[in-house]
Design a binder for this molecule. Structure first.
Ligand code: LAN
Length: 678
């Protein structure tokens, strides 16, 4: 609808006949696009790091810094004076008018979860209680209750520093790890690896009822947070209390039953069994630290594992290493100092940036940049499986690529796919041929990761039933319990298999073709009646549709296919009168397309790229999108920061800061190539 508005305006603007007008636009746009591409390449070249990768902020989630600061407080190792000021600045920017802090930095729905955590964090950073910012925050907290109604992870964090009591939490039994995997449909090792790696240390800390000694600040905070009621609280009455603002996934009846059962079990569990369970859980935690060089799979288990090491033995070498590695998650930029959602997004960014660069005809002029980028991809492929992996429920890793770097070491389906696509796109012209065994390892991983539904999940083949989601105890996050198949991961894996086909022998090629065909079925099933694909790791239908369409095309689906046509129609229905696309982050939590007030260049790039790849006949729509990208570019070749477009678990947006530097370049290059071929 909006697309038509735009073209109508074009032809009704005056004396120039529509046909001629569009030729003039084309001519200027052609030159403009070329200039934009050149500038964007120069911008990327300037920003590339020594290691061949692009550093970029990966902040956004607001619950991470407070967990880290609680650890600093416990260990009596406050951040430096400069860091302190920069962290305060980050919180200040994220605080809403009503005093609240949301789940992520741009969340205008205040959450009790992150407001409580931020309040404690700021006070630990020595912000006095009569400071206007914290006073407003506390007012918000009291309007919605107190920590008694905050989401589970806030309660856990507060319990560790004596600002909540473990009795006020639903049980997190370490004994679950003693159950036989095969016979237990709810075994913790069946959970999505992020979920299990978070609840693993939580269960140890819960099992030990770990908490630090009271100090003056803690006593003062109890008074502030609970309005003087601390000593009279009936903790066990508040296990299930959760404020409306934190109840994205309110506890289900099944969870209530499971919790009652766990409490009954805990009452009769002999100390001997508890000790055994804690020992086993401790072993799993130590293993995760060891195989990730203490980086750990993500920031939450990073901090929790460090807490475990601290309570285990604060003077140990293990704690020293665990604490020191927290630093690798901190990042400072113009927004302040944040804690990132991963130790970096480097592999992911390098893979995309490289593919964007080789989509231009100017690769030869940027040979050095490409060679260095290739170096990063080559040096960060994972070369070995983790040791004794079966005992620790780990899948194979050899040949995979991680999201950040090899030291982190957890391979991911779509990172493996993008790493492989990138290496294949460079080989021959800009890089040596990928050695046969490395290619084979990557491909075998991808093939083995495919789920029975034809799709691919994130890190592992799916291990548990969808019903497990009913036991999601986090309240604030959606879809954390099992590793589902995702449109994005599926599409990426199909594309990678497709790109490597020419390198396969007959048998492997046949297997890959079958896998791609199964993937196609998954994608067709995932498509919504309106033609869109829902994304899970980017906002939202724009991102998902880019992957959905690209995946189908990789399967050899013709552009005339109804699935492709309807996906494009869906996008075109949301093209704005300025030629761009803008989709709200809330689309993810509400699972419907919510248009935003302005267009974003990253989302416009995804949409434009989709239309180009689908060879959509509406040339004007594409030209207008390209023009928006060209017009929005800064003179140094960059694009300005815009609202967050990354997401996880439905509710938490996250910053992919480098997206604005390479997605517009990629889309413009694809558009220009199509124009040249006309
Ligand atoms: C990530 C980061 C990378 C991301 C992509 C590879 C981009 C995606 O295509 C697949 C999913 C994945 C691997 C992903 C999943 C969720 C993560 C790990 C994160 C968004 C980074 C942080 C987030 C993690 C779950 C944060 C901790 C919170 C929990 C609810 C456990």
């Amino acid at each position: 609808m909006r697309a038509e508005d735009g073209s109508r305006r074009c032809s009704s603007e005056g004396t120039i006949a529509p046909m001629m007008a569009s030729n003039i636009v084309d001519f200027e746009l052609g030159a403009g696009t070329d200039r934009a591409v050149r500038r964007a390449l120069a911008n990327l070249e300037r920003r590339q790091g020594e290691d061949g990768a692009w550093a970029g902020a990966y902040g956004g989630p607001m619950f991470l810094l407070p967990m880290y600061l609680a650890l600093c407080h416990a260990a009596k190792r406050p951040p430096s004076e400069t860091q302190r000021a920069r962290i305060i600045a980050y919180f200040e920017r994220a605080q809403n008018e009503d005093g609240s802090v949301g789940v992520h930095a741009e969340d205008t729905h205040g959450s009790l979860f992150c407001s409580v955590l931020a309040y404690v964090a700021l006070r630990m950073l020595e912000v006095p209680k009569d400071d206007a910012r914290v006073r407003r925050m506390l007012a918000f907290i009291h309007r919605h209750g107190s920590p008694l109604a905050a989401a589970q992870w806030a309660k856990v964090t507060l319990s560790l520093v004596g600002l909540y009591r473990w009795d006020g939490l639903t049980p997190l039994l370490p004994e679950l790890w003693l159950l036989p995997y095969a016979a237990t449909p709810f075994h913790p090792a069946r959970l999505w690896c992020h979920c299990r790696q978070v609840y693993l240390p939580m269960s140890w800390l819960y099992g030990r009822r770990a908490r630090i000694d009271d100090d003056e600040l803690i006593r003062a905070l109890r008074d502030e947070l609970y309005d003087g009621a601390w000593s009279s609280i009936d903790w066990s009455a508040h296990r299930d209390t959760v404020a409306q603002v934190d109840a994205y996934r309110p506890p289900s009846r099944l969870l209530a039953l499971a919790n009652a059962a766990q409490r009954a079990v805990e009452r009769i569990t002999p100390d001997r069994v508890r000790a055994m369970a804690l020992g086993k859980v401790r072993e799993h935690i130590a293993y995760e630290d060891e195989v990730t060089n203490f980086i750990d799979i993500g920031p939450v288990n990073k901090v929790l594992n460090a807490f475990v090491a601290f309570f285990d033995d604060p003077k140990s070498e293990a704690f020293e290493r665990a604490f020191a590695t927290c630093e690798s998650y901190l990042f400072d930029n113009e927004l302040g100092t944040m804690m990132q959602g991963y130790n970096s997004s480097k592999l992911w960014d390098v893979a995309f940036a490289t593919q964007a660069i080789v989509a231009t005809p100017l690769g030869d002029e940027h040979r050095t940049m490409l060679e260095r980028a290739y170096g990063y991809v080559r040096d960060n492929q994972i070369l070995d499986d983790v040791p004794r992996r079966k005992r620790f429920y780990r899948d194979a890793s050899r040949g995979g690529w991680p999201f950040s770097n090899r030291a982190h070491g957890w391979p991911i389906t779509d990172c493996t796919a993008e790493g492989l696509k990138c290496a294949l796109a460079l080989e021959g012209r800009f890089a040596p041929r990928i050695p046969e065994p490395l290619l084979r390892d990557a491909v075998m991983l991808i093939l083995d990761w495919q789920n029975d539904d034809g799709g691919w999940a994130t890190y592992e083949k799916r291990r548990g039933g969808a019903w497990l989601e009913k036991l999601n105890p986090s309240q604030v996050f959606g879809d954390i319990m099992v590793d589902y198949s995702y449109v994005e991961c599926t599409s990426a894996c199909m594309q990678a298999l497709r790109a490597s086909l020419p390198r396969f022998g007959r048998r492997l090629a046949a297997r890959a073709r079958r896998a791609i065909a199964k993937g196609e079925r998954f994608l067709r099933n995932a498509q919504r009646p309106d033609g869109s694909f829902e994304g899970s790791w980017g906002v939202c239908f724009t991102y998902g549709t880019w992957f959905g369409v690209t995946g189908l095309l990789a399967a050899g689906v013709p552009t005339s296919d109804r699935a492709i046509r309807s996906a494009c129609d869906f996008l075109l229905a949301y093209q704005r009168s300025d030629g761009g696309w803008g989709e709200e982050g809330d689309s993810c939590r509400e699972r419907r397309y919510i248009p935003s007030d302005t267009a974003g260049v990253v989302q416009t790039s995804w949409a434009l790229s989709t239309l180009v790849r689908a060879q959509h006949p509406n040339r004007q729509a594409k030209a207008r999108a390209a023009k928006l990208l060209v017009d929005r570019q800064e003179s140094d070749g960059s694009w300005a920061r815009e609202p967050l477009v990354g997401v996880f678990n439905k509710t938490c947006l996250i910053d992919y800061d480098n997206y604005r530097h390479y997605f517009p370049l990629w889309a413009l290059s694809e558009f220009a190539r199509e124009e040249r071929a006309r």
